[in-house]
Design a protein around this ligand. Structure first.
Ligand SMILES: Nc1ncnc2c1ncn2[C@@H]1O[C@H](COP(=O)(O)OP(=O)(O)OP(=O)(O)O)[C@@H](O)[C@H]1O
Ligand SMILES: [Mg+2]
Length: 271
């Protein structure tokens, strides 16, 4: 197991904005995710072509970019759902690619919420949220239920504790999925297009839950198509294209003063 507590500077590669302010000015905290030259190949296709990224505790990073850029693959490499072809991914000091690493343990520290909520349909809301804490962390059932209730309160769904997932709207299901992730008390959360499968009127409630988490200091990486939200909530925005980090910076830099032609072209289509 290696540790990553030596890093306090932003080592981000920013060839096109070399004179701009550092992307992580006020986050001098510990590096909790350290990605070096991450490459991922599916068959003959190299999908990630050398990603370098250090995430400091408390950062909220939005990852934007066109379809197929490798955004989901990148997130999946952070919690071991995809195995890097080469390079290193260190999360909270654990080397994700090391076969000796207890990946289940790492996953208790890094929650992930997907576009599709994947709630277990044969379990109530409470049972969905209590499953991992009782099974993996051996939390007693009454404690796990009390925590489930508390989490449901924070996502505004206290009254749904004994409901069946089928009876919930998409936005409600997604908020339960977030509560379920939070039940393991992760210190990092990954969101992969958590709102893109939702009806427009449901999006705001889910974004509010993510905003609340950001305000509480949760370290988060969000793949999102919600540009206004990314601009509002992020401490840093990363633009990926064709398997590389094409440009990164503060929201003001990325949305207000984009440098790369590819980023400019992308923003002209999505803003
Ligand atoms: N398991 C897999 N097997 C083969 N190819 C894959 C696999 N997962 C992803 N890919 C390919 O890798 C590329 C990047 O996919 P990825 O899902 O990471 O993109 P993305 O940026 O998340 O796109 P989107 O915005 O559409 O979600 C795509 O060309 C995709 O087809
Ligand atoms: Mg994706």
């Amino acid at each position: 197991m290696s540790t990553t507590n030596e890093t306090t500077v932003n080592e981000t590669h920013q060839p096109e904005v070399a004179s701009a302010a550092p992307a992580v000015p006020e986050h001098k905290g510990q590096v909790v995710i350290d990605v070096r030259d991450l490459r991922k190949t599916f068959g003959k296709t190299e999908v990630l072509k050398g990603i370098d990224c250090q995430v400091h505790a408390g950062e909220v990073i939005s990852i934007i970019g066109p379809s197929g850029a490798g955004k989901s693959t990148f997130l999946r490499c952070l919690n071991g759902l995809d195995t890097p072809t080469s390079g290193s991914v260190i999360v909270n000091g654990y080397d994700i690619a090391d076969p000796k690493t207890d990946i289940d343990k790492v996953r208790t520290q890094i929650g992930m919420v997907f576009q599709h909520f994947n709630l277990f349909p044969n379990m109530t809301v409470a049972e969905n949220i209590m499953l991992a804490p009782t099974l993996i962390k051996k939390v007693p059932v009454d404690q796990a239920r009390a925590r489930a209730l508390e989490l449901l309160r924070t996502v505004g769904l206290e009254e749904k504790i004994d409901a069946n997932p089928d009876s919930l709207s998409g936005g409600q299901k997604q908020r339960v999925a977030i509560a379920r992730s939070l039940a393991m008390d992760p210190d990092i959360m990954l969101f992969d297009e958590a709102t893109s499968a939702l009806d427009p009127e449901m999006v705001g409630d889910v974004l509010q839950v993510i905003r609340d988490l950001a305000n509480k200091g949760m370290t988060m990486l969000l793949v999102t198509h919600e540009m206004a939200f990314a601009r509002e909530v992020s401490t840093r925005v990363i633009f990926t294209d064709a398997g590389i980090i094409e440009e990164e910076g503060t929201p003001a830099q990325i949305f207000g003063n984009p440098q790369s032609p590819r980023l400019r072209s992308f923003l002209s289509k999505v803003l």
